[in-house]
Design a protein around this ligand. Structure first.
Ligand code: F6P
Length: 431
């Protein structure tokens, strides 16, 4: 096969048919393992997916003979297809990856294809895939086995059409040429803010699904991925307790969360931390050291200090670290405050102190059962919202209900940690 390949993009789209060429590099072909023709030609989809089909989960029944064609929409109720307009919808995952992304996609596809008779098209690498028309078919078969998988089968990137002078027009023509009703954007604060601008200023039909381990999206009580990140951090803290006790040490654990202290507060409470430092409350290093010294003077020895990556010292109380590096999308790379705090605690108290940076471990691997359920509910609600024509909205958890809220509620904002949880619960356990 040559390094690039020219294909007809959407052979079955009638008047939306695009004879335009797309190019796909050898790297992309090996990464996604799909032939671009198959990416949009459903006639061949089953054969291609067979190569990548995983073993089903124990609770999923595999097709009896995987080499045989499963009739498309075999389970669609005839009565439903008569009364519901079928849709053709795109899906992308944007921003940092997060456990539960595949579970959302799987749920969109399951309900879309099997219940509503829809076509679901996946865009590779977030908005880049929309602008460059790089797609993969999303079907129940191709998503089989993806529920417990971390990461995203679609790939993800930062950046948006708004970064390119012709970006919005490229998105618009992709939607038109592929015959899409719109695009479901599974993303965090940045992606949802871009989605809202595309909808409000350019009339692009988008629907949001809130994702991030940081849990900092306004409009939803929870984002999927957060529960998993907290569990990973808590498991790490549990392990650090025993080594800290054995060596009579202070362990300073830095967790993610950007400018919110959700992960730090929840993991700190769940892991029995001695002190938790969050971005919403600038910390006083003298006070932190006093607390540790007091605790140790009572005969306790090991201590765990949880520091959110965005935590900041009270002005003038601690030499600040270097300014964070900013990537080409303007995204500041946080991290490093844990080392500064650990050095300072060791220097001021004389206690042997070690920093531990949990980093991207918190984003990797399988989602917890809770996140699998939340992701699945979000996915089902998203395709329902598409059918309801709720473009410009985002699915959200409010209490125990899944609802839709305007994207404008979330756009350009960040949700701080629940201060009552921090001051009335977490803080009373501080040394
Ligand atoms: O937003 C999720 C998150 O993991 C943050 O907690 C963290 O600051 C950031 O992404 C890290 O981004 P990157 O993967 O680009 O280093």
């Amino acid at each position: 096969m040559s390094a690039t390949q020219t294909v007809a993009l959407v052979p079955e789209l009638g008047e939306h048919r695009a004879e335009g060429d797309i190019e796909r590099t050898r790297h992309e072909q090996s990464r996604y393992g799909t032939d671009p023709v198959g990416a949009v030609d459903h006639e061949d989809e089953h054969d291609e997916h067979d190569e990548d089909v995983d073993d089903p989960l124990p609770n999923e029944t595999p097709p009896r003979d995987r080499s045989s064609r499963i009739p498309r929409h075999a389970f669609v109720l005839a009565a439903l297809t008569r009364s519901i307009r079928l849709v053709r919808v795109g899906v992308l995952t944007g921003g940092g990856d997060c456990p539960g992304l595949n579970a959302v996609i799987r749920a969109i596809v399951r309900k879309g294809e099997r219940v509503l008779g829809d076509d679901v098209v996946g865009f590779l690498d977030a908005w880049d895939g929309v602008m460059d028309r790089r797609t993969m078919p999303l079907t129940v078969e191709s998503m089989r086995g993806s529920l417990p998988r971390g990461g995203t089968v679609l790939g993800t990137r930062r950046g948006s059409p708004l970064d390119h002078s012709d970006g919005v027009e490229r998105v618009r023509s992709t939607i038109h040429d592929l015959g899409l009703d719109g695009i479901i954007v599974i993303g965090g604060n940045g992606s949802l803010t871009v989605a809202e601008i595309l909808y409000r200023e350019h009339g692009i039909p988008v629907l949001g699904v809130p994702k991030t381990i940081d849990n900092d999206i306004v409009g939803t009580d929870l984002t999927f991925g957060f529960n998993t990140a907290v569990q990973i951090a808590t498991d790490a803290i549990d392990r650090l307790h025993t080594t800290a006790e054995s060596h009579d040490r202070v362990m300073v654990v830095e967790v993610m969360g950007r400018n919110s202290g959700w992960i730090a507060t929840h993991a700190g409470i769940a892991g029995g931390a001695t002190v938790v430092l969050v971005p919403e409350h600038p910390f006083d290093i003298d006070q932190v050291c006093e607390r540790l010294t007091r605790r140790h003077s009572r005969g306790r020895y090991a201590s765990i200090v949880v520091v959110a990556e965005g935590a900041v010292p009270v002005e003038g109380s601690l030499p600040g670290g270097p300014d964070p590096e900013v990537d080409r999308f303007g995204h500041a790379q946080l991290g490093g405050i844990g080392h500064i705090v650990a050095d300072e605690i060791g220097r001021r108290t004389g206690f042997e102190t070690r920093p531990v940076l949990l980093g991207h471990v918190q984003r990797g691997g399988t989602p917890t059962a809770f996140d699998r359920v939340l992701s699945t509910r979000f996915g089902v609600a998203a395709i329902d919202a598409v059918h309801a024509g709720a473009w410009g909205s985002m699915v959200a958890l409010r209490g125990s209900e899944i609802v839709t809220v305007p994207l404008a509620e979330a756009a350009g904002r960040s949700r701080p940690v629940d201060l009552a949880l921090f001051t009335e619960v977490a803080e009373i356990f501080f040394a």
